[in-house]
Design a protein around this ligand. Sequence first.
Ligand code: PMP
Length: 407
Amino acid sequence: LQPLDIQAIRRDFPLLSRVFHGKPVVYLDSAVSGQMPLPVIERMSHYEREEHTNVHRGVSTLSQEATDRYEEAREKVRGFLGAASTREIVWTRGTTEALNLVAQSFGRMVVQEGDEILLSAMEHHANIVPWQMLAQEKGATIKVIPMNDAGELILDGLDELITARTKVLGLVHVSNVLGTINPVKEIIARAHAKGVPVVVDGAQAVPHLAVDVRDLDADFYAFSGHKLSGPTGIGVLYGKLAHLEAMPPWQGGGSMIRSVSWEKTTYMPAPGKFEAGTPPIAAAIGLGAALDYVQALGLDRIAAHEHELLAYATAKLSALPGLRVIGNAKEKASVLSFVVDGIHPHDMGSLLDGEGVVVRAGHHCAQPVMTRFCIPATTRASFAYFNTREEVDILVSAIQKAIELFK
Ligand code: PMP
């Protein structure tokens, strides 16, 4: 593989030249939100300056043009995920909205009283709470696939955990806290063997690995634009067409209907019936441009670069006194959570901030993961394709400085 030209890439990210507290910024927080490269920002700006209107409305050239650009972005997402048809690509506000859509439309349809919803022990709240709300409404129960101390799912008992009452399995592809890459293809095959559909939270997977929803045989796959070099306010729900066709609409309003009368309303076919109201058009077009950008860099080259940074950072951090890496799975994407004896993760986060290093400290919207590891929070560094070894070195010396301070 030809390595990425990181210095050229970095010129596409004006934020990387900022200075905080007199120090050049080191952005190690792409798991919270990725940065957008200039071509994405410029594409959105071009839309807003010269192409802005609404979509799927009217006969004007302007509206037709905007609709074409918006639908072209949907086609880019289809290609990116390897889906069979654009009819399987639903625009949402993000992963959270996509997962709520599945729980409230598909979930309400298939889950009844006494049924079970199976989730993994490392889910983000976005793939827990919508299912709890549904379970409460229906009188269903949530069951959990456990994990080991390395942060890997324990799959020995999976076939017993999936019972005749299991109606859906929700699974994170890559953990936002532990970095674990779950063997989703295998888990999906085992769930399907028992007739159970699988909803995959791909928020942290798509920025780091090539995903093919047909190869995985996922029933649903959700992700957010802003973690994939795109803007906030846009996300995607992939769903197998047969599911989307069987599902009732979720939100009602304009655009999602075929005809409305006081007696009877009929709906658009999927994906239209799930897309009520005016969508974030510039954001969808921006996400399309982001997919072009990362695909031009090459997902394999991105993965190789990030993997190298992760290995380098893991070795360096593990050697620091009192530091413990949380999440030591064999298969990991570029997320590195850690705790240090005697230093609260929030204090660590603030001290790193003082050195210009942007990380996240907290429970990362995955409180059950904190409970599982008996820790209140972690400090998390996450790497993207524009990060460098020199930035990892700055992170390491900033942590060293904090350890010295707390001695
Ligand atoms: N799932 C995972 C694994 C995540 O990391 C995130 C973002 N922190 C989400 C879901 C929710 O994504 P969003 O806030 O963009 O809806």
